[in-house]
Design a protein around this ligand. Sequence first.
Ligand code: PMP
Length: 428
Amino acid sequence: AALTPAEEAMVERRRRALGPAYRLFYEHPVHVVRGEGVFLYDADGRAYLDAYNNVASLGHCHPRVVEAMARQAAAVSTNTRYLNDLVLDYAERLLATFPAEIGHVMFTCTGSEANDLAIRLARVVTGGTGLIVTENAYHGVTAAAAEISPSLGPGVDLGPHVRTVPAPDGFRGAGDVGAAFAAAVEAAAADLSRHGIRPAALIVDTVFSSDGVFPDPPGFLAGAVAAIRAAGGLFVADEVQPGFGRLGAGMWGFARHGVVPDLVSLGKPMGNGYPVAGLAMRPELVAEFGRKARYFNTFGGNTVAAATAAAVLDVIEDEGLIANARDVGTYFTDGLRALAARHAALADVRGAGLFVGVEVVSDRDGRTSDAAAAGRIVNRMREAGVLISATGPRANVLKIRPPLVFRRAHADLFLDRLDAVMAGLGTG
Ligand code: PMP
């Protein structure tokens, strides 16, 4: 359907007020006015099944989170330079979800700031400057985080101390994914050293979202972590996307791989929509930094952020959302695989919990990626009232991340719509 005159006018206002660097989702953008649970509603009251927005991980506007946020906003909103129980209670509770080695957490407002701080810390701790990331990684918008975000494209330069390694792509790669990934990290570290650059860190999103979603086999990260440590660098787990239970196996993506990171960046679902993020760490790593530097983030860890983030943990526990992510995730990926068996364009379904990637190809035997078809599927799903997106270096992997309150009935609705969209595309 074409944009209405009112929508055309809004697009034009955006262009004038916000400038040229912003992008909208979908050929026909969605004019969102309200969210509740797994649904977003547009200005005409039409409901969309939101299978993409992983910030509102507990469902949009979860009443317990909204209530905690509003109550604290009415009590006091202030920063970490005052004594206040809320941030301490939250920090202790959050740290209890990590392995014992992780003993401090510092608060920021965004995942980008968490990664920026991780880079600073890794450089102080190791005395090195070199950073290793995957070829289509995204780690954020600050100057330092953008330099380790090759997915921003060739218009954004990687830092001179940055090396990239191929993602652990079990769909295209042959053989042992973990061994290949470890060898690539080892080679990147050696290349840094050969150029007189000491490695400071390997930073990866533990589900490799922007690289195309690569969760399997669990454990494959261990070799790469050993390789960066052998080269004198730290391992930074970027949990901004996989964290807080989304993978349906405990709280953290790194744990599926049996590794304990040095630094862990957190964000997106941490406040279910309130901007709260942070960096968890091994205490010994920050001792020197703490002597030399101080850290103050005006809004990071403010009292409203702490109260909101605590309510998020309550809901994850009380509603059993990690188990739901696991159970409904399995049901959903099974359903997607059944669809893929009937629609040749859907070549590979992979996922953990409620983080799913579906590889779209034009030629299943040759594994020829088909970004155009993926784009058509995303846009036709939107017309059908289901919101997803596409990712990966070839933009051909459907990225599906519904809220953790996604139930079997929502999965059935999604599968029905995708089946109809695929039939309409005539891909078999
Ligand atoms: N790391 C990863 C893996 C992300 O996906 C993102 C955001 N898309 C970030 C970091 C940056 O987070 P933020 O947008 O909150 O700065």
